[in-house]
Write a protein that binds this ligand. Structure first.
Ligand SMILES: NC(=O)c1ccc[n+]([C@@H]2O[C@H](COP(=O)([O-])OP(=O)(O)OC[C@H]3O[C@@H](n4cnc5c(N)ncnc54)[C@H](O)[C@@H]3O)[C@@H](O)[C@H]2O)c1
Length: 510
């Protein structure tokens, strides 16, 4: 069986029969129960493993005690640890390797591999061939090459500490993901201005329209920083690749950072910055625009008038906002400005937040429970960040609690609403309309032109086809003032990092 398995692994299948025959003789089978530990992070590696069935999980201890980050799963015919044993680097393990949930049948190869290398020159030459291929491919080697890092370092965070950035940084390189033309047009003059006013640093920003994910993370190899937008994903796996490629800073050019695995960033030694406030006015004002559009049916009325239908029949009737109960969930920077604007309508203002705001109270706002807002409000604004505690704030269970005819406005994050529940609520008449600038699965679609393509997401199609939903594609922030602030703050964040500030030392750290 061991010989047949070698034919199936991508590492060994193209090697000579004699190589595989020799290898097969030194392979030892293990039927490992779930959780069986093969290799422990930080301990010396003495064997490599080839998986016949089941899987092995590679994990890494995080900076948070008791929390582990799953790096990857090595499935049938996969190989792990070979690099350490074949390169005879007597290194310590970068990750812990355990048998997966269903256990695993694994073949291990230990110190006998070393004996074979010494005694059989053909075997050694073929091993060098494999290592050469890996040298090209493996980001681990890329990291060592880029930074002169030690390959046997136990953890990436240790590696980052051991890498000394030159005191005089000549070029600070940034890979900017998910770039649209408006973003590039606004960045370029400010990058130029930065370079004219900084003697010791040259800021060089490269742009890609692609989003950051595991397939595009390697674009950033050799860069100091990545600059990300709302729909780029910096998962643990992506952050691991960035770290190996030498990236030290994730600079969000937005306020939200719900797609960044902060524990992984800390574990791999990356700093994360954001733009905490660009124009809270832009977002609050857009929320009001959505409300007035939903309530007074501006979208439908405009289409009808353009078609010379000047009647008021069928569906244009709205309500006075004046005198209504308006609930604001989340009274941070944007929520407070919204409260100020909405109180100008003369409403009964109710608020919910984990912290009370004096500003909201001074406007006559009353802090009540979430349930009270659901039960009594005619209009509800969602203004809190997306967190485990706020995910699907609007969901199937709370639908029956809502006041009949409520209008829901969400400019914060799509994940605050369980979209199918919102659609059901509209269908049943509990919700009379919704204004949304964000959608929980917007990542694949927003900021791109899908007008000539088929949208494969039935929930998004249902939203687009529902005339009680007014939808914009994450444009609430999109004002001249906000863009200027986003770009200038992001460039200040690059500047601080290039001067040597790290983690919490950075003004806009997350
Ligand atoms: N659509 C856009 O273009 C756009 C632009 C900027 C920001 N946003 C979104 O708007 C959100 C709010 O922005 P902000 O600048 O006001 O943020 P902020 O941090 O100033 O305010 C968030 C408020 O939510 C509260 N909060 C946190 N957890 C809560 C919980 N479990 N229940 C109730 N309240 C809770 C906080 O206490 C805080 O008062 C951001 O998180 C971001 O996702 C969207």
């Amino acid at each position: 069986m061991s010989r047949a398995l070698l034919n199936k692994t991508s590492v060994f299948n193209e090697l000579s029969d004699s190589f595989k025959d020799e290898m097969a003789k030194i392979m030892n089978p293990i039927e490992a129960p779930p959780g069986h530990v093969f290799t422990k992070e930080g301990e010396e590696i003495t064997q490599f493993m080839i998986v016949e069935s089941g899987s092995l999980i590679r994990t890494k201890a995080s900076v948070e005690e008791g929390v582990v980050i799953t790096l990857d799963e090595i499935c049938e015919n996969g190989v792990t640890g070979f690099m350490h044993v074949a390169a005879r680097d007597s290194g310590v393990a970068y990750a812990t390797v355990t048998a997966g949930n269903g256990g695993a049948k694994v073949w291990t190869v230990g110190i006998e591999f070393d004996d074979l290398l010494r005694s059989n020159s053909d075997f050694a030459i073929e091993t060098i061939q494999i290592l050469t291929q890996w040298l090209r491919r493996e980001t681990k080697i890329t990291r060592a090459t880029l930074h002169g890092g030690k390959r046997d370092d136990p953890t990436a965070s240790y590696l980052r500490k051991s890498y000394k950035r030159p005191e005089h940084v000549d070029v600070f390189k940034v890979m900017c993901y998910d770039t649209t033309s408006w973003m590039k047009e606004n960045f370029e003059p400010q990058v130029k201005k930065f370079n004219e006013t900084h003697e010791h640093v040259v800021l060089k920003v490269e742009y890609t329209q692609d989003r950051l994910d595991i397939n595009t993370a390697s674009y950033a190899v050799g860069y100091d920083a990545v600059c990300l937008f709302v729909n780029d994903t910096a998962s643990a796996e992506v952050i691991q690749t960035l770290s190996m490629g030498g990236v030290g800073l994730i600079a969000m050019r937005c306020a939200g950072f719900d797609r960044v695995d902060l524990i992984a960033a800390k574990t791999f030694g990356l700093s994360v910055t954001r733009v905490p406030a660009y124009s809270p006015y832009a977002v609050a004002e857009h929320a009001i625009a959505l409300l007035m559009c939903v309530n007074r049916k501006i979208h439908a009325a405009n289409t009808r008038v353009k078609m010379s239908n000047f009647t008021l029949d069928s569906g244009l009737l709205g309500i006075d906002v004046h005198g209504k109960n308006v609930g604001v969930l989340g009274t941070g920077k944007i929520g407070q400005i919204l409260c100020r604007i909405v109180s100008g309508f003369g409403v009964n203002l109710l608020a919910y937040d984990v912290f009370d705001s004096d500003e909201v109270k001074s406007l006559g706002g009353k802090y009540v429970s979430k349930e009270e807002i659901f039960k009594t409000c005619d209009i509800i604004f969602l203004m809190m960040p997306l967190l485990p505690a706020t995910q699907h704030t609007i969901n199937y269970e709370m639908l029956p609690l809502l006041k009949k005819g409520v209008i829901i406005i969400n400019t914060s994050r799509g994940g605050l609403i369980e979209t199918t529940a919102l659609l059901d609520g509209i269908k049943s008449g509990i919700i009379s309309g919704a204004g949304i600038d964000v959608y929980e699965n917007e990542g694949e679609y927003f900021f791109q032109d899908w007008s000539a393509r088929n949208i494969g997401d039935p929930t998004l199609v249902a939203l687009l086809g529902n005339n009680k939903v007014v939808m914009t594609a994450h444009q609430a922030f999109f004002t001249r003032e906000a863009i200027e602030k986003i770009v200038s703050t992001t460039i200040e964040n690059f500047g601080e990092y290039s001067e040597g500030l790290r983690g919490n030392e950075l003004t806009n750290h997350v």
